[in-house]
Design a protein around this ligand. Structure first.
Ligand SMILES: Cc1cc2nc3c(=O)[nH]c(=O)nc-3n(C[C@H](O)[C@H](O)[C@H](O)COP(=O)(O)OP(=O)(O)OC[C@H]3O[C@@H](n4cnc5c(N)ncnc54)[C@H](O)[C@@H]3O)c2cc1C
Length: 351
């Protein structure tokens, strides 16, 4: 049995696994119980993800993100769905080892892959395990929104379709609002841009949400571009493995007198409170906020998860890695706090 006595870091919570659901031969869902005192921390938006700490004999642990497949509006408990990655460590460990009653250390929900408006028509494109955040969005939009939803869902074969029954039932219950189009590689081959263009052409006015392996996402991006959909109407979630340890508490920042003298200044708004901070130019925004003991949202510290996204209201930053931000996010002034270093002398930033 997997148990965790004490959380490894101050931000994580130990959750008990209430249920394990075998979705397909290579994908399992984990449903978590959330203790009363952690309910607020674990409130989530459709499309967000949890980060799990997975034990490892070799490195102590690895951290892996898993999207919530449940909807905050229709499901009592949060559920993630893990699909085995060939030769992957974390996904296979979870699928092989976790049983109901086990405990896992989990970071609270985060992520930006969430529709701002559930009343907008949605084009959802998923492949394989990419269905998980898309399922959360789909169920939430059906429950809380009023718009039409089209799901294009690609899989290797019929046996690998996760949530097949639930999707069929939802489509039957909502014939005016939901259309589900399955694509099976075993029968139809890989979806080409030409085939995708035929399928997606009627939905170019819809807000698009994409999640799946890179070749699939590239194909859908190319198709939508060819159909004239502006890039800022397309949102994508990229599934990567984290290399670092977002569970560990960070060490205090050491700053030389020279760096302190040359620091920028920043006015940061967090949870409705404004903080005026000195921002040494080699430090990231997350570093300096943690150093001041502020409860800044963050997870991977690698620019991969989007937990620390915030908005620049004044000034300019540079970022080493901000590939997960959509063009629309960038247009709206979004930055990643864990990657941002100051360019201008004074900045105003809002979380
Ligand atoms: C925001 C987000 C949400 C996600 N949601 C989901 C989800 O809902 N469901 C889901 O199943 N997954 C999800 N993922 C992906 C998940 O976090 C893991 O990346 C995935 O489970 C693979 O992890 P792993 O430990 O099994 O594989 P890894 O051990 O990380 O291996 C992944 C691949 O990399 C290769 N590899 C590993 N180490 C090396 C190395 N040193 N050199 C070269 N190649 C290497 C492996 O051979 C394998 O092909 C999400 C990721 C993100 C960032």
């Amino acid at each position: 049995m997997t148990t965790v006595e004490v959380p490894h870091g101050s931000r994580s919570v130990v959750l008990r696994v209430a249920q394990v659901i075998a979705e397909t031969t290579d994908a399992s869902s984990l449903v978590f119980e959330v203790p009363e005192q952690a309910r607020e921390k674990f409130a989530y938006q459709p499309g967000q993800f949890l980060t799990l700490r997975i034990p490892s004999d070799r490195t102590g642990s690895v951290a892996r993100c898993y999207s919530l497949a449940s909807s905050p509006f229709t499901d009592d408990l949060p559920k993630v769905t893990v699909k085995r990655t060939r030769d992957g460590y974390g996904s296979n460990w979870l699928c092989d080892n976790i049983k109901p009653g086990d405990q896992l250390e989990v970071l609270p929900p985060s992520g930006l892959f969430t529709p701002k408006n559930l009343d907008e028509d949605l084009l959802l494109c998923a492949a394989g395990s990419g269905i998980t955040p898309v399922m959360s969005i789909l169920k939430s939009a059906l429950e809380r929104g009023s718009a039409r939803i089209v799901l294009f869902y690609a899989n290797r074969d019929a046996e690998s379709v996760i949530f097949a029954t639930e999707l069929r039932e939802l489509a039957e219950k909502n014939p005016q609002r939901l259309v589900v189009v399955h694509w099976l590689e075993a029968l139809q081959g890989l979806p080409t841009v030409a085939a995708l263009a035929e399928l997606l052409r009627p939905y170019t006015e819809y807000a698009a949400f994409l999640c799946g392996p890179k070749p699939f996402m590239d194909g859908v991006h190319d198709t939508l571009a060819q159909l004239g959909v502006p890039r800022n109407r397309t949102h994508a979630e990229v599934f990567n493995s984290l290399a670092g340890d977002p569970f560990a508490d960070t060490a205090p920042v050491e700053i030389s007198d020279e760096e302190a003298a040359d620091a920028a200044t920043v006015e940061v708004e967090l949870d409705g409170e404004t903080h005026n901070l000195s921002w040494p130019r080699k430090q990231t925004l997350v570093d300096i906020m943690l150093d001041k003991g502020l409860d800044v949202p963050y997870s991977c510290q690698e620019g991969e998860c989007g937990s620390c996204a915030c908005t620049v209201l004044e000034g300019k930053v540079e970022m080493a890695n901000a590939e997960i931000l959509d063009p629309e996010d960038i247009e709206n002034g979004y930055i990643l706090g864990c990657q941002a270093r100051p360019v201008t002398d004074h900045l105003r930033i809002q979380f």
